[in-house]
Design a protein around this ligand. Structure first.
Ligand code: 13P
Length: 254
């Protein structure tokens, strides 16, 4: 059975104190209200990682994630953070290829191949983001576009390596816009992606990969979105900044 995952992507929000407060609230609520069936991930800014890591000590189903890492192992890359540094603060996951990084920081499928390799080589699990713009959807080329993102950044991996990847489908037109994909649109794309992965890695491996949906997910729509048979959870932006909303989204699996 594949993992059900709800990951919060805090993006560039919260100072350290606010982030630690949010984490404490989530830890308590998850302990009291959530069973171990769901894997919860907090993807915080770099500055928060080590402090949040300490608060997660002892929480059995909440894991730490970063929002990016550099493709190089180490060296003279001022301002950058390496995969080994993330491991050293007990991060287990790293978001790679978020559309905001693709758009504002020029991250290409080719660069992401390198980041994926470096993350995997250091024992991090990439949460690999893909998704189309509104223009691409309106041109009706969204399935090909998103499949190609996977092909170009992940299809060099071997069978063992691909099992270390979590996929997150985030249609750009749904991110931060309040305009969620319908449950049908999410399921349809997830099924296409799973079939695409099966074509390369085999059905058994593809059936074991978790594919998350992201884009204006909130407590009111999470249950419906997660009901899709190929939707294995969510990557949550805005609603992950409020402990009650975030934990309610996690609970929509129960
Ligand atoms: P929102 O949930 O704020 O739309 O953001 C989604 C997202 O980009 C998560 O990575």
């Amino acid at each position: 059975m594949r993992k059900k995952i709800v990951a919060g992507n805090w993006k560039m929000n919260n100072d350290l104190q606010e982030g630690l407060q949010l984490t404490s609230e989530i830890v308590h609520m998850v302990k009291d209200e959530v069973n171990d069936e769901v894997t919860v991930i907090l993807a915080t800014p770099f500055v928060h990682l080590s402090g949040v890591s300490r608060l997660l000590d002892g929480a059995t189903n909440i894991f730490l994630g970063a929002q990016n890492c550099n493709e190089h192992v180490s060296g003279a890359y001022t301002g950058e953070v390496s995969a080994a540094m993330l491991k050293s603060v007990q991060a287990e996951y790293v978001i790679l290829g978020h559309s905001e990084r693709r758009e504002y920081f020029n991250e290409t499928n080719e660069l992401l191949t390198k980041k994926v390799n470096t993350a995997l080589a250091h024992g991090l699990k990439p949460i690999f983001c893909c998704g189309e713009s509104l223009e691409i959807r309106e041109n009706d080329t969204h399935f090909d576009f998103v499949c190609q993102q996977l092909t170009e950044s992940l299809f060099h991996l071997n069978e063992e390596e691909i099992t270390g990847i979590v996929i997150a489908y985030e249609p750009i037109w749904a991110i931060g816009t309040g305009k969620t994909a319908t449950a049908g649109q999410a399921q349809e794309m997830h099924e296409v992606l799973r079939n695409h992965l099966a074509g390369k890695f085999g059905r058994e491996i593809a059936e074991g990969l978790s594919i998350l949906y992201g884009g204006s997910a909130k407590p009111a729509n999470a249950g419906e979105l997660f009901a899709g048979k190929d939707v294995d959870g969510g990557l949550i932006g805005g609603a992950s900044l409020k402990s009650r909303d975030f934990v309610d989204i996690v609970k929509s699996f129960q």
